[in-house]
Design a binder for this molecule. Sequence first.
Ligand code: MN
Length: 258
Amino acid sequence: MNKLSLPGVVWLASDIHLGPQTPATQHAFHAFLDKACAQADALILCGDIFDAWVGDDVALTAPDQWLDDSLKKFKQVAAAIPLWLGRGNRDFLIGRQLVDYLGASLLPETVCLHTDYGDVLLSHGDEYCTADPGYQRFRRIVRNPWIQRAFLSLSINRRRQIAAWARSRSMAANRQKETRIMDVAPGAVEQAFTASGIKTMVHGHTHRPAVHQTQINGQACTRIVLPDWDFDHDDAARGGWLSIDADGLNLHPMTIAE
Ligand code: MN
């Protein structure tokens, strides 16, 4: 398993879904990034940072204004503290070109964080949604390096068309699915705890922030789900992050844009 040693205060966030349609979320998130620079020793963004990502070359050659603003912000953060970017199911095409450009690092898909509190198993979380075989099939296909290379060889416009088409299909399919199917499968979580021997797990993806305490093989285990971010719909303003230090893990929900 990939390991990452992170002493001091570590902050984690995920599922910000940055895009052109969510300026208030972007504003709140940028304020959070300023705070992270001042208060954290390292920042990990573990997936679905962007609502869509069709290739690093878009960011490097022709970023829209909103994206350019966020890239500048990420550069500032990476100049101040170590910044790790992980891929989610929306932005799985984030690559080395982007992180090199930002001065950040690419987070492995599953990683054991050695923190001052102890070991933490971290991933985006979609791999635990095994009750949804249609999604897992899609995941295997889009994570295939050959398919990714073929996709990235298309023009940016063509890639955007395909991504929009795939997104509309996935939204239509998700409307038919029970909420249980869209959440992590207990068996997949149990297997990850058992296989890793780690007693603390952190992931995002499900947009169901919570701290779950469970017993696995007689051991007390904790699973923390990171909050998603949305400040563009008044009835549902939300976001937040997790901090880890020697004293433990703490979820910090945000309900209003600060
Ligand atoms: Mn996700």
